[in-house]
Design a protein around this ligand. Sequence first.
Ligand code: 8X3
Length: 256
Amino acid sequence: MSLNGKIVFVTGASAGIGAATALAFASEGARLLLAARRADKLAEVASACLDRGAEAVHCIELDVRRRDAVQAAIDGLPAEWAAIEVLVNNAGLSRGLDKLYQGKIEDWEEMIDTNVKGLLYVTRAVAPGMVARGSGHVINLGSTAGELTYPNGAVYCASKAAERAINDGLRQDVLGTPLRVTSVDPGMVETDFSLVRFHGDAERAAKVYKGVKPLTPEDVADAIVWAAGRPAHVNIARISMTPVQQANSLLFHREP
Ligand code: 8X3
């Protein structure tokens, strides 16, 4: 189905998969509603989206962990931006790679508050309008980490296992409406993901990608736009995607 002129809301749109997704929808001529905490970075992405062919762009400075702010942002949208057609629940992060019995509780809170509760807050604010209008597609960012837990990553993996359950639950709950619900579950993608996980330790982050050609944010954005562009009667439930050198969240082939 054509995405031209459709309102697409992307959270965490200031960088990584979120920014690439915004640009990919821009190429389809979508109207982009972009949310992130970093207003300056978001403005750069917005300008690139307009250059790329977006019909219009509207930015919202938003931390999805703030429940009241999320609801107020959606309630306060200008009328011409209210009819969100596609919601991409992309905002998310990992913090720390530690044994559960040594993990930092602040890291856990940040991951659960963003990846699980933030996703729920945004969905709860946006989906009722979709149901009322009889049209909409919720696309959630999952992970291979939600399919198979890896050592030292229990809480991050749990947050993505929760995403998987929420994605599947929402799809059942909108049965009988024309809404569509999709999870896109990447493995290793080269973004700031590892830098954020290791609290800015660039050397440690670089080791994650050593000897592997990871997915790019654009690879994931392609899958998201593809799912959104299927005919209205087609629902893509889940896309699990990895680099060729990754079999699952535990098993890699690394070139020396
Ligand atoms: C990102 C994939 O395996 O680095 O969700 O956790 S992984």
